[in-house]
Design a protein around this ligand. Structure first.
Ligand code: UD1
Length: 438
């Protein structure tokens, strides 16, 4: 096997025709880091298989190591060696790197009764506040101080509580799961997120010995236990990565066969491809998509699961730009997720943004000035450009646009992309993309 090409900050891309070939996706970025956090609460080591090699795993491993947790990595296998007495403070040098520190509050309170975590980062998509996490922990009996540099918390043993989230937040649901599993008594969480990665975390915690009941209507009931054990799991395929590569094939007039992501994780995305007139073939092992006869315009609203995932809309935007007519995209999960659009406009995507809710019922952002709806005109003539990619998902949409453009492109800020995609340069080159790293 050839060595992986070095992945650095800038990519020079020369369109080289249709992208064709196989991509095997690893376990999802949005699940693996949460499993790592859960595993620190086990009385024995845990193993996580099919882990992706993404920047978020590196960052999370370093955070956990700074607490005294042992992390052993061998290819796609991660073993977590918990410690009885982790350090209660996540160092401030981890400020703003990813969303994991806030999820550590509950586990650290469970293990040592106190915690300090620096303020969270993640992509620049909206305010990304942590008020739901803080309110949930307070309901569970923690004393919390939100400071300029982070969040400090103290508790004797956390106590089960009734909690209702104002919105079914993925991260806040995970916070509650990770906190309530070792709390005293019963926690009833209403309006919980039901994303597949959340369910995967609940299943992993159940393997560790947690008592978790997933009920209808977004309710989760957790009965706190005295002790959790180690567990072993194989992560399910990354549905964001799978979708990104399917789009890359379709937009370039090619066909990518994505292996390793189950159909039920992709159902809404596949349906959008059908509505656009693409051909999609699905088997138990793989999914392919192509659009030999072109693409039809469509109206899509992003939503919580099982709706069209917000992280899917960035590659979709490029797909819409190649449809035969006007499409509408309504972002309802993050108010500021369309910040990447100027990068695509530079590459010729004809898109206009609106603060009104277009193409679907009014969402939480309908009386704000947030530009969260887009009208996209197809077929836009894509052209190569020099662009700075603002975040991980936006980065991939610029790559797809560059692959289908007329002329070369230079993309800067590729480290964002490497935070969430497994060896992206290697994968894209294997599909035929002329890509040089610098
Ligand atoms: C996770 C995913 C991200 C995905 C998102 C929605 C990870 C690492 N990231 O992000 O890829 O796009 O779910 O599926 O898993 N909110 C608050 N207060 C809070 C928490 C959230 O107002 O305390 C709001 C957010 O601003 C946003 C909405 O809730 O408008 C959804 O956010 P959330 O589901 O929490 O996203 P993340 O867990 O950060």
């Amino acid at each position: 096997m050839e060595a992986a090409p070095p992945e650095t900050g800038t990519w020079a891309i020369q369109p080289a025709g249709p992208l064709v070939g196989d991509v095997r996706v690893r376990g999802s970025k949005n699940a693996v880091t949460k499993h790592l956090v859960a595993a620190i609460m086990g009385g024995r080591p845990s193993t996580i298989r099919n882990a992706p090699e993404v920047g978020d795993v590196d960052i999370t491993s370093q955070i956990l190591e700074s607490l005294g947790v042992g992390i052993e990595r061998a290819g796609s296998l991660i073993t977590v060696h918990p410690t009885d007495s982790p350090a209660p403070m996540v160092p401030v040098e981890f400020t703003g790197l990813n969303r994991i520190p806030i999820l550590l509050l509950g586990p650290l309170l469970n293990l040592v009764g106190e915690a300090f975590v620096p303020l969270v980062g993640g992509d620049q998509i909206g305010r990304r506040p942590v008020d739901f996490h803080v309110a949930a922990l307070k309901a569970l009996g923690a004393e919390i101080e939100v400071r300029d540099d982070g969040v400090a918390a103290k508790a004797g043993r956390l106590r089960g509580a009734k909690i209702e989230l104002p919105y079914p937040s993925v991260g806040a649901t995970e916070s509650v799961l990770l906190s309530a599993v070792l709390a005293e008594g019963k926690t009833v969480l209403k309006n919980a997120a039901t994303e597949p990665e959340v369910t995967e975390l609940a299943l992993f915690l159940q393997r560790m010995g947690a008592s978790i009941e997933l009920q209808p209507d977004r309710r989760i009931v957790i009965e706190g236990v005295e002790h959790l054990d180690g567990a072993s799991t194989t992560l399910e395929g990354d549905r964001i990565e799978a979708w990104s590569y399917l789009c890359a094939g379709v937009v370039t007039g090619g066909e990518v066969r994505v292996v390793g992501c189950r159909q039920d994780r992709m159902v809404t995305a596949i349906n959008v491809l059908h509505r656009m007139g693409a051909r999609v073939d699905v088997t138990d092992e793989w999914t392919t998509a192509s659009a030999a006869d072109g693409l039809h315009p469509v109206a899509v609203s992003t939503d919580t699961h099982p709706g069209f995932m917000t992280d899917w809309q960035t590659p979709l935007m490029v797909l819409l730009s190649q449809a035969d007519g006007m499409s509408v995209l309504h972002e309802t999960v993050f108010e500021n997720r369309l910040v990447y659009v100027p990068a695509l406009q530079q590459m010729g995507v004809e898109v206009e943004l609106f603060s009104a809710c277009l193409g679907g019922p009014a969402c939480r952002f309908h009386e704000t000035n947030n530009l969260h709806s887009a009208v996209v005109k197809g077929v836009s003539a894509l052209r190569g450009a020099e662009v700075n990619v603002p975040d991980v998902r936006a980065g991939f949409s610029s790559v797809i646009a560059a692959a289908a453009a007329d002329g070369p492109s230079t993309l800067r800020g590729i480290h964002h992309l490497e935070r969430g995609y497994h060896r992206p340069a290697e994968q894209l080159m294997s599909l035929g993309l002329d890509l040089r790293t610098a």
